[in-house]
Design a protein around this ligand. Structure first.
Ligand code: ADP
Ligand code: MG
Length: 240
């Protein structure tokens, strides 16, 4: 469903992605980890066209992301993205946060959009908070709203960029539980996270990045049992 072929990207003279190739099949959960600054955020942002790249190719569900003829807004509407800092619309209620994109981008009627919104708010356990504003919610609740908002667009895949790293420890589990549920329901997911408990539970493969390169791309069992690179071994030793 998602394929990256030899993707490279530079910020000026600085190479942030160096020949990255990987793929995510339908229903797969791929966890991306690696040191800070290794290019993880940049890599997943290239997948939905949030970051341009200069070399290589990315296709999502057969659509070429780098092709100037591809309408990026259409592509983005099909891929849900959840960020570290929630990025909810502060001036809209929780329910309005979920309906806006559906109405504006997918041209759904208000009634249909509200129905979807309530379905996904229920799914993340926040139906009762629908009339609140984001600032009235805890960080964990806000992140669950962000996930529900992405799901309400009926995405073909979900991208997560360190979705729990801005949360207090007691809120991490409630967000990870929602993500585990999604994974178990067969959602195609690319997840940048250092939550190795999550990775052990639901990842199919684990990618380890270092200095803009995909250093390892292994099935979960293999990655945890015998990481191939010294850098990955050191990294695992530090975070587990
Ligand atoms: P990670 O998510 O693994 O921490 P990032 O993808 O955010 O890494 O960043 C990779 C590298 O690219 C870092 O060294 C970062 O400083 C650099 N970088 C990120 N965004 C920009 C930018 N807009 N301009 C220049 N350098 C950037
Ligand atoms: Mg990052």
């Amino acid at each position: 469903m998602i394929e990256l072929n030899n993707v490279s990207k530079w910020y000026g003279a600085f190479q942030v992605l160096d020949g990255c190739s990987t793929h995510v099949d339908k229903g797969d959960v791929v966890v991306i980890c690696g040191p800070s600054g290794s290019g993880k955020s940049t890599l997943i942002k290239t997948v939905n066209g949030l970051e341009p790249f200069q070399q290589g190719a990315i296709t999502v569900d057969g659509v070429s992301v780098g092709d100037p003829k591809t309408t990026l807004s259409t592509l983005r509407a099909r891929i849900g993205m959840v960020f570290q800092n929630f990025e909810l619309f502060p001036h809209l209620t929780v329910r309005q946060n979920l309906t806006l994109g559906q109405v504006k981008v997918l041209k759904r009627s208000a009634g249909e959009a509200t129905e979807k919104a309530l379905k996904y708010l229920d799914r993340v356990g926040l139906l009762a908070q629908q009339d609140k504003f984001p600032s009235q919610l805890s960080g964990g609740q806000q992140q669950r709203v962000a996930i529900a908002r992405a799901l309400a667009m009926d995405p073909i895949a979900m991208l997560f960029d360190e979705p729990t790293s801005a949360l207090d420890p007691e809120m991490i589990t409630e967000v990870l539980d929602v993500m585990v549920g999604l994974a178990q329901d067969g959602m195609t997911m690319m997840v940048v996270t250092h939550e190795m408990g999550f990775a052990r539970k639901v990842a199919d493969r684990i990618i380890f990045m270092d200095h803009g390169k995909i250093v390892e791309d292994s099935p979960k069992k293999e990655f945890f049992a015998t990481p191939r690179s010294e850098r990955a071994r050191e990294f695992l030793a530090r975070i587990i």
